[in-house]
Every structure is written in C-alpha cells, then in structure tokens.
Design a binder for this molecule. Structure first.
Ligand code: FAD
Length: 429
C-alpha cells in the first residue's frame, strides 16, 4: 500500500459511514490521495438503503430528517453532485397529529429572524401561549450538567408538543436525561435563522441514493481507492505517530507525510487508540416499515408527520412504504417484531386514515446502537478531532462537534478531520 511524504501525503480513512465519506470527499476535492477501508461490504454505516427480502423492495435502515440549516450536509451533497437529492416544502412546516384525540396542527415558523410568528395562533403549537416560547432562551444558558427537563420542565402543552418531540428526535435521548446544552446550537443554526434554516428535508429516493452512492462515484472519479470488507484491527504507533495499519494478514505502512482518519464508532476507536476516552452508552432507534397496498396520502413535498400520544413518534411515507420511528426506544427495543408492528400500525392507520385491523406486510429494524446516549455525562466524554498523535485524527457523529450526534455532526466531524489533515498537525476542531 502506497505512501508519500509532505503535506500532500496519502490519507487513510477508516470507516465509510457519513463521517468517513465526508472526510474523504473534502480531501479528494482538495486533490489528496485517499484510501478508504470499510469493515462492512457496503458504505453508509448507520445511514443507508438496502433491498429488503421480506418486503420485496428497497428501504432505508431508518427514517432520517434534516433541516435546511444543516449547512455542512448541504456542502457535502453539493460536493458529491447530489445537491438536489433532498426534498422538502418551500415553507417551513411540521405537521403533527395527536393520535389519542385525532387533533391535527402544523407548526409553521415564519420567514424572518425575529419570530413574530409566535404571535400567530395558526402557526404555533395550539393551546400554548406566545410567551411560553421564551423558554427557548433557557437553552442558551443551559450548563453542561443540565438536562432538557431541568431547563424547560417536563410537563405542559409546549413541552409535550414541541420540546419533547424536538429533544427526543435531536438527541435520541429522553427529555428527562438528554443534555440541554446540545439543543441550543441546533436551535441557533436552524429555527433562530427563520424559515431559511428550518425547512424539513428528507431523501427523495433513499438514503444511499442521496448520501452514499454519489459520494462513492465522486471519490472514484477522483481516484480514491475504496476497500470493503477491510476491518482495521490494530494500529502500530512509534514516536507519537501512527506508523502501520493492520487489517488481518494485510498491513499498510505509513510514510512521514501520511495521515489516518478513524471514522469508526466509539468502541472501535477506543480499541484502536490507547488512552482514548469515548462515550460508553448508546440508545436504540426502532423503525417499522409497512408495505401499503397503494401509495399513502401525505403531500409529496411534506411526506412526514409528527405523532403525539402514541407509540410511534414520526411517520414518513415514500410511495408504498410508510415508516415509523421510535427514538430513545430502550423500553421498546426488546419487544418482538409482531408487538412493535401492531402497536405502531395503530398510529399509522390513524394518521393515514387506513383500517387499523388490517396489518400490512412489515419489517422491523432495531438499531440497538443508533447513537450515543446524549446525557450530560456521556457528552462530556466526546473527544476532539485531534487525539494526541500527530498524524491521526477522529471523525464520527460522536466527536465533540458541539452538535447532537446526527448527520450534520458526522459530516462536520469529517470536514474538521480533513482540515486537520491538511494543517498537518493536531489542531483542535
Ligand atoms: C435509525 C436511525 C435514525 C436516525 N435518524 C437520524 C435523523 O433523522 N437525522 C439525523 O441527522 N441523523 C439521524 N441518525 C444518525 C445518523 O445516521 C448518524 O449520525 C450518522 O449516520 C453517523 O455516521 P458516522 O459515519 O459517524 O458513523 P457510522 O455510520 O456508524 O459509520 C462508521 C463506519 O465504520 C465502520 N467500521 C467500524 N469499525 C471498523 C473498523 N475497525 N475498520 C473499518 N471500518 C469500521 C462501520 O462498518 C461503519 O460503516 C439516525 C441513525 C439511525 C441509526
């Protein structure tokens, strides 16, 4: 395996999830020679599509919602030629349904930076007076040990219809234990920018079609070497630098100017980097995909709805597939697929006005380690991009980007790692 010297040395990216792909895309766009090693037979990690034998069609591993204020994600998609792979409404709009009462409403932030819309009953959460929205400001001052509950309480209409769905979706952690401090950067970069920053976006054709395949095409076009079924098993270090990567029988020697970016999950990184502190706890996300007999009736540009008061939290529709998400699903993840399908179908049938007694074909996907648990104590364990070795950098949604562990964090961590590689030394992200 090749090596070269100087600031244009070869870069070895380990892990082809979105963090590794983002690292590689940034570097390849800058003319660097990149080799990617991925343990699995495909790229995408926790964000990908696959052919599902049971449903007989292609589905995503889980629903992913983005916001138009996710600027690193937009940069990444533009760089890979997938700038139009996400769809969403022209105006910011989040439809909701309370499955207990059948009441529907839409949360519709306005265009301006000053949130005049909170004085408009048709735009805000019903039954929550405008002054209650001032509680958003408490996230600015949330300390490192504060949870969402400590910051905005855990009761009341605004909590149930806004703060709890937002916190659980962004943190994949309950509002009782989720780190409040991670929510302000989200609010600042999205809702605080007005409609331009908070239009909801989803992948038009599939996660791999948006985030993975265009990136692989771009990388191959730039001469990147992409190796699947290559699990990094050990790194040899000498004099404060990584010197050799070991993949079972094969090894890759690192020359003076060569760098490594580890874009693997926290436990894998901890096994490869001596003394690295990483988050140790994770939370599951459960997705149930239903194959409908005909395409369901959500508007094509607004193909999702938030669900309150049931088991499912969000429902997404693409063609004949209706998929529900249950984040922070520790209580549910041990239930059987049958129980999960029956419980969530009730919510889907209510939302789409279908017969709750006729359960269609389904697939349950349990991502047991969907993200790190984003509690104050686990968030404190997120490491920086630079980890003490001059030519070794970390990427992944779990790195300390200041954002919750999301696509935006994964992609931003990859950009940071690429910047550190180009700077040729252990800069802080
Ligand atoms: C069900 C679900 C729903 C989600 N919903 C949302 C959402 O709505 N919005 C949002 O923004 N985010 C969401 N996320 C989070 C988002 O998917 C992740 O933040 C992102 O995909 C993480 O990318 P990553 O590259 O950091 O990690 P990963 O995707 O985990 O990539 C790590 C890669 O490293 C590989 N690897 C591991 N060990 C080795 C080794 N030793 N050698 C070589 N390769 C190795 C793995 O196989 C994997 O491909 C969701 C996640 C899940 C699971």
């Amino acid at each position: 395996m090749g090596s070269s010297s100087g600031q244009s040395g070869a870069v070895h990216v380990v892990g082809a999830g979105l963090a590794g792909l983002s690292t590689a895309v940034s570097l390849a766009a800058g003319g660097r020679q990149v080799t990617i090693y991925e343990a699995a037979a495909q790229a995408g990690g926790r964000c990908r599509s696959y052919e599902d034998a049971r449903l007989g069609c292609r589905i995503d591993n889980g629903n992913h919602l983005l916001l138009s204020g996710n600027t690193a994600t937009r940069r990444y998609l533009n760089a890979t030629g997938a700038g139009n792979a996400l769809i969403g409404p022209a105006r910011a709009c989040f439809p909701f349904l309370d499955v207990r009462t059948g009441r529907r409403w839409s949360f519709r932030p306005g265009a301006g930076i000053i949130p005049w819309w909170i004085f408009d009953k048709r735009r805000r959460v019903p039954d929550a007076p405008a002054w209650r929205y001032l509680s958003a400001l408490r996230f600015i001052f949330a300390g490192p040990g504060s949870t969402v509950r400590d910051t905005v309480g855990n009761s009341g209409v605004l909590f149930e219809r806004l703060w709890e769905p937002l916190a659980v979706a962004a943190l994949n952690t309950s509002a009782d234990t989720g780190a409040a401090r991670l929510l302000w950067p989200v609010l600042r970069e999205t809702f605080a920018r007005g409609e331009a920053g908070c239009r909801p976006l989803v992948a038009r054709d599939g996660l791999s079609e948006a985030f993975v395949e265009p990136a692989l095409r771009m990388l191959r076009g730039h001469g990147a070497d992409i190796r699947f079924k290559n699990r990094l098993q050990a790194i040899e270090y000498r004099k404060g630098r990584a010197r050799e990567l070991r993949f079972g029988a094969e090894t890759a020697a690192l020359g003076e100017g060569d760098s490594v970016v580890l874009a693997v999950p926290p436990a894998a990184a901890a096994a490869l980097v001596p003394g690295l502190t990483v988050p140790e706890q994770s939370n599951p996300i459960v997705n149930v995909h239903f194959l409908l007999s005909r395409p369901a009736g959500l508007a094509p540009e607004l193909p999702f709805i938030g669900l309150i008061g049931g088991t499912a939290q969000w429902l997404f529709v693409r063609g004949h597939i209706a998929s529900v998400t249950v984040s922070a699903g520790s209580d549910l993840v041990h239930e059987t697929a049958e129980v999960l399908a029956e419980r969530t179908w009730h919510d889907v049938a209510t939302a789409l006005e279908l017969d709750p007694k006729v359960l269609p074909g389904y697939r349950v996907v349990k991502e047991k380690r969907a993200t790190i648990a984003q509690t104050p104590s686990q968030v404190r364990r997120r490491p920086a991009t630079a980890c003490g070795y001059r030519n070794l950098f970390l990427a992944g949604d779990w790195i300390d980007t200041g954002l919750p562990a999301t696509i935006e964090s994964a992609i931003r961590s990859g950009e940071n790692a690429a910047r550190n590689v180009c700077a040729g030394g252990p800069l802080k992200a």
